[in-house]
Design a protein around this ligand. Structure first.
Ligand code: PLP
Length: 411
């Protein structure tokens, strides 16, 4: 399909609309507060009743510490933690969840997970002169840990060269052709993002694998993809997947690092230090969230997010007052090119973004309006601000259309 064609044909959108009505009913906060419209799901997602119930059930039937007691509540809690590890592997399409080689480590979210990979894995085996490739215009959480690892290694006398992944200027996607030139015989690690938190684009991780070859370990920041679309570690051929539970319908303070632990690509990840009490309530919420996402269908959730983002992109790009960040076209669901997943970020040419955020709230929309924690931006510079609209399964076409008409009147 060429650029700019609607991402989903109308009949498919109609089919998904019937599915979506039932989905929306399952989010108590949304049904209790239909206005203002919550359009900030990339910051954190709302929770379905099944997740709230799982939290209530756990706390009222089994609350105890994990791995530290021999009575039924403690045993049930230990079983919950181990079952959810296994559940995360299945959810991520781990081809061999029983092998005992791959592992799931619970963390408080993507930020801590990426730091865990940086401090407890990357710094353990790089040697003087090695190179790592990291993104310089993705979320800060996916840059600062790698710079910290570089510093920690330098303190030990190990000089590692940090190279920036090249980007395409117009789409915000990585520049896969230029990437080939940045990869050398000393490239030992690449950090990438699955879905960009500002541009909303799928960063085409398969092309990164093709460019770096079969043996270089890849760490995937999946904060904006897990819970938003199907994520398969087998298809992506990455070595680490890191995500936040709160963006995947579970409670805040919950997240995971999945590690492939393929000896051909490096040592096993062994998170260092004493592992204290796990976030058992968060893990109970994560198990319920993954069950809910599978039942609702991550494929349908992904197509819904793509369809809504495409609808807004297509509406905005004809209004000259707005500058859309990243790819200008919606791109089709079946396109091999970059696709936009549930996130549309833009600026108004005359209205500062923080003002636009307030104006939109006064019209009944909750959106994000600032520099979005993007690496390389200056948070104090208003020129770096933008408005981000992000959707999830509970967002309706009507909400997006209503936003579109308000933005049109402000154009
Ligand atoms: N990476 C991306 C792409 C994100 O969008 C975010 C949060 O917005 C993070 C990392 C950090 O996630 P958390 O704050 O849950 O640790």
């Amino acid at each position: 399909m060429p650029h700019g064609e609607p991402a989903l044909p109308d009949d498919e959108l109609r089919e998904l609309t019937a599915w979506q009505q039932d989905i929306r009913e399952q989010f108590p906060i949304i049904t209790a507060h239909p206005e203002p419209a919550y359009l900030d799901s990339a910051a954190t997602a709302q929770k379905p009743r099944a997740v709230l119930d799982a939290v209530q059930t756990y706390l009222t039937t089994s609350n105890a510490n994990a791995g530290r007691g021999a009575y039924p509540w403690a045993n049930r809690t230990t079983a919950l933690v181990e079952r959810t590890r296994r559940r995360v592997k299945e959810f991520l399409g781990d081809p061999d969840p029983e092998s005992g080689r791959s592992a799931v480590h619970f963390v408080s979210g993507t930020t801590e997970g990426l730091r865990t990979v940086a401090r407890d894995w990357l710094t353990t085996h790089l040697t003087d002169g090695d190179e790592i490739l990291v993104p310089h215009a993705d979320h800060r959480a996916n840059l600062l840990p790698w710079l910290e690892a570089e510093r920690l290694l330098a303190e030990r006398g190990v000089g590692v060269r940090v190279r920036g992944l090249p980007y395409q200027a117009d789409s915000g996607d990585y520049d896969h052709r230029a990437l080939a030139g940045a990869v050398g015989p000393r490239t030992r690690f690449v950090a990438v993002t699955h879905v960009h938190h500002v541009y909303g684009g799928d960063m085409n991780v398969h092309r990164i694998r093709a460019a770096v070859g079969p043996t270089v370990p890849i760490c995937l920041d999946a904060a904006q993809s897990v819970g938003h679309l199907p994520v398969s570690v087998a298809a992506l051929d990455v070595d680490f997947v890191v995500f936040s539970g709160h963006k995947a319908l579970a409670l805040p303070g919950t997240g995971a690092v999945w590690a492939r632990n393929d000896p051909a690509r490096g040592p096993e990840l062994r998170p260092g230090g004493w592992q204290g009490t796990p976030n058992t309530v968060g893990i109970a919420s994560l198990e319920a969230a993954l069950d809910w996402l599978d039942a609702a269908g991550t494929d349908r959730i992904g197509r819904w997010g793509t369809a809504l983002a495409a609808r807004l992109t297509d509406g905005l790009r004809h209004l000259p007052s707005y500058e859309i960040l990243g790819c200008q076209a919606s791109l089709a669901a079946g396109s091999p090119l970059q696709r936009r997943h549930g996130i549309v970020t833009f600026r108004h040419r005359d209205i500062p973004s923080d003002d636009l955020g307030f104006i939109l709230f006064s019209h009944g929309f909750m959106v994000r309006a600032d520099s979005l924690c993007q690496a390389g931006t200056d948070e104090t510079d208003p020129k770096h601000g933008s408005v981000r609209v992000s959707v999830h399964a509970y967002t309706t076409v009507e909400e997006v259309d209503r936003l579109q008409s308000v933005l049109t009147t402000l154009a």
